[in-house]
Write a protein that binds this ligand. Structure first.
Ligand code: 1GP
Length: 248
């Protein structure tokens, strides 16, 4: 079954946890332990990516795939991050921004190599929401996030994504954000739209995790919190696997 079909089937019953692995934050010394930990965990998905990557994405994905049976999904910051070794690619367009390079430019560069590789593509509308500090994605994409207190703007942007035919929404506060995407925003989108929702950025406590789950996140992405304290992964997996959303 395709990765996206599998995700859709699973989120009918419960939300999923994606562990974000940023290749530049994995050192040769820590890689083995991290891969073992993810492999043994109840995490549902592995996202690989970052705004700025200098290390060997291809090699890391190969090593992850050799030892982890969960889907490994590329979450690229640039067209040059593409690797055909993944199970699927989030084909992102940064719809909250007005920088043509991230709306369509990188996509033009990546489209033919991706098509030729035959890798599964998941067209995903990427929506950056202010998380209380300037994040790498904001700086590197040279775009402004949507203000956190303007859920109507986020809703209108996400509605446009749905009408344009995207298959998923990624509501992003940015890696290491001070505040995660507001629950009110997630709830509003959940009530009014039908696209599956990925939510990430700044989710580092159990309370934050429960808030985004209760609001209706279908996939929760966590990177920084696990980089800082790997033992959180098991606790977070437990919470996500037992959670039954209020709206479900
Ligand atoms: C970033 O949404 C992801 O793109 C995860 O963010 O690193 O803050 O968990 P964190």
């Amino acid at each position: 079954m395709d990765v996206f079909d599998g995700i859709k089937k699973q989120i009918e019953h419960r939300s999923l946890l994606a562990v974000l692995v940023d290749p530049d934050k994995v050192s040769p010394n820590s890689e083995d332990a991290l891969v073992d930990h993810i492999a043994a965990s109840k995490a549902d998905l592995v996202f690989v990516g970052g705004s700025l990557i200098f290390s060997d994405i291809d090699g890391l994905v190969e090593r992850l795939k050799a030892r982890i049976s969960k889907p490994v999904i590329l979450f690229p910051g640039l067209s040059s991050h593409f690797t055909p070794k993944v199970d699927a690619v989030l084909f992102l367009s940064l719809l909250s921004g007005r920088n043509p390079d991230f709306l369509i430019g990188n996509q033009v560069h990546a489209a033919i190599p991706i098509l030729r590789s035959g890798v599964e593509v998941i067209p995903t509308a990427y929506i950056l929401i202010d998380g209380g500090s300037t994040t790498s994605v904001e700086y590197m994409s040279n775009t402004k996030p949507i203000p956190a207190n303007k859920p109507d703007i986020t809703l209108a942007t996400a509605a446009a994504a749905q009408l344009l035919g995207f298959k998923m929404l990624y509501l992003e506060a940015g890696s290491g954000a001070q505040h995660h995407v507001p629950s009110k925003t997630i709830r509003t989108l959940k009530q009014q739209l039908s696209l599956p929702m990925i939510v990430g950025g700044g989710i580092r406590t159990e309370k934050a995790l429960r808030e985004v789950l209760d609001a209706g996140a279908d996939i929760v992405v966590v990177g920084t919190a696990f980089e800082e304290d790997a033992s959180l992964m098991d606790r977070f997996c437990e919470i996500v696997s037992q959670h039954r959303g209020k709206e479900r």
